[in-house]
Structure formats: structure tokens, C-alpha cells
Design a protein around this ligand. Sequence first.
Ligand code: PHE
Length: 340
Amino acid sequence: MSDLPALEKSALEELRACSDEQALRAWNSKYLGDNGAIKLALKKIGSLPAAERPAYGQQVNRVKQTLDQAHQEQEGKVKQTELERALATETLDVTLPGRPVARGRLHVATQTMRQILAIFADMGFQVYRSREVEDDLTNFELLNMPPHHPARDMWDTFHTTTPGVLLRTHTSPGQIHVMRELCPEPIRVVLPGMCYRYEQITTRSEIMFQQVEGLAVGTSITMADLKGTITSFARRVFGAERTIRIRSSYFPFTEPSIEVDVDCILCQGSGCGLCKQTGWLEIMGAGMVHPVVLKNGGYDPDKFSGFAFGMGPQRITMLKYAMTDIRLFWGNDLRFLQQF
Ligand code: PHE
């Protein structure tokens, strides 16, 4: 039993000499560690005669507690000295530049959207916001697509659990909302916003995308107004030298219906990869508002006429920057986003 007081004494002496954390750590493993003196003493209990074991065991535990506590106290002292030293010697250089805050920016789709809205604002079109959750009636029926109309296949969408309530497949139902709100006043609006389609996601199509709809209603609006409006729009976005091409098309809510191309911004119309050798880039669908739609909006088609168009600003962005994958827009890849 005689080894314990000596052990305690020398341990405490050595501890007092520890003046930094490294020395403390070494002391700790020497006396309190897995292979330290205390562990060794505990192991020794088994080899003692049975009568001596309890007393010896108690002694070891008492010494262990003493050393534990002394170690804690010494550690506190060392830390305090360390701190005082650091405060005295290390000074803070307040003239160093701070850590820069990363600057954010508008998403490229938002940039294009704002540019488009600004161009139409210059031509007198006001922005009209319309809901993304629509009903079947407004998304289809009032746009001249009764329940079994085959054109509905072009616009398959996501349905909610409430029958007849769905995510709009295009911004065109906004036409109905504007007309019903403003009738019988003349209308000149653009309707921006998100649209949804139940589609395979590919490099060219997403299930969620933006559109900008345009609508003009008045007493003497003709196809010439539509043509002029689209031409000046295309020239503002793609350059003053652009020309447009109009092809006949079909939409249930316009009559006649057209699709509009702009001559290729890369090859100026001679044919290249961007325009797939056609010389033309498709930018929107449009037409004269169908009499049934005018009537559904509250306007007398014998007195009023109008034009409408719809385009995808993301597609416009892709053409502008010769991008080939529409999935990049919502992919959240900074390497893409930081280019704009
Ligand atoms: N809504 C049509 C579409 O999503 C585009 C369009 C709008 C066509 C207005 C004509 C008039 O494809």
C-alpha cells in the first residue's frame, strides 16, 4: 500500500510544473490515461491478498479523485494564463478588409421577363397578373375547348384533388379574367407567369415554365396591329435588323391563328445549327381573338376585335444566348446562373 502516497505526491508535484496544454496532456496520460499509473494500481488489486483488497481499492479511488480534481484546476489555470497572454500580445488589426459578401443577382429568366415586360410597357401594354391555379372552365372551355375537344391533348396538365381545379397550362385563361374585369373598355395588357404541363422533361420541355401572354381588344384592331407589335418586339429583343415570318397555325382560341418566326440571329437566315438549317427561329404563337372567346369575355364580336399572342421567355433566352438545354433554368447550378 506504501506506493500510493508516493505516487500521489510525485503526480501533484509534476502537475504543478505543467504550464501549457501540451504538458497537461502528457501528464494526464501518464497518470490518468488508459495505461497510466492509476489504471495500473487498479489492476494490481486482483493480485493482493483478499484481506487487503478493500482498503487498497478505496485508497486508489481517493487518489484518483484527488488527481482528477487537481488536473481540472491546473487546466483552468493554464487556460486563463494562455488567454491573458493572447490578449496582451495578439492585437486586432481593424484596418484589414472584411470578408466580402457574395453579391446576388437576378435569375436570367427574371432578367428576360423584365426586359420583355419593359418592351411591351413602351408600347402601352400594362402588366396583368393572373392565377396559376385555374379551373377547367377558364383554362379550356371558355377558350373554346369544350370537354372533349382534341386540342386539349396539346395541353395535358396537373390536376388537383378538387375536380375541375388544375394548374394552368398556359397564360391564355388570363385573357378571360382581364376581359371580364375590364369589359367594355379597350384592353392592352401582357400577362406573365408560370405555367405547368404534364410532360416528359427533356432538353426542350419542362413541366414548369414561364409564359408571357399579350392581349389587345378594341373596336378597330386588325392583323396588321399584331404584325407591327410583334415586329417591333422582335427587333428590340434580337436586334434592329431582324425580320419576322408568319406561318398559319391552329389554336382553338384564335382565328386566324399564326406562328411567328424571327430570322436566325446567328446565321442571319442562311442556315446553321441554332436554326436547324432553316434560317428561322420560332418565337411565339398568336392570332386574332376568336369571336367565341370575345363573347365569353363579355365583348360583342360584331363591334370588337382583338389579337393575342403567347411566348415562352425561357425559349427567348435560349435563343438569345444559344442555350441548348431548358433544364438549366431550374437546375440551380451556380456555374450556369453566374454567367448572367
Ligand atoms: N396559349 C398558347 C400556347 O400555350 C399560345 C397562344 C397564346 C397562341 C395566345 C395564340 C394566342 O401554346
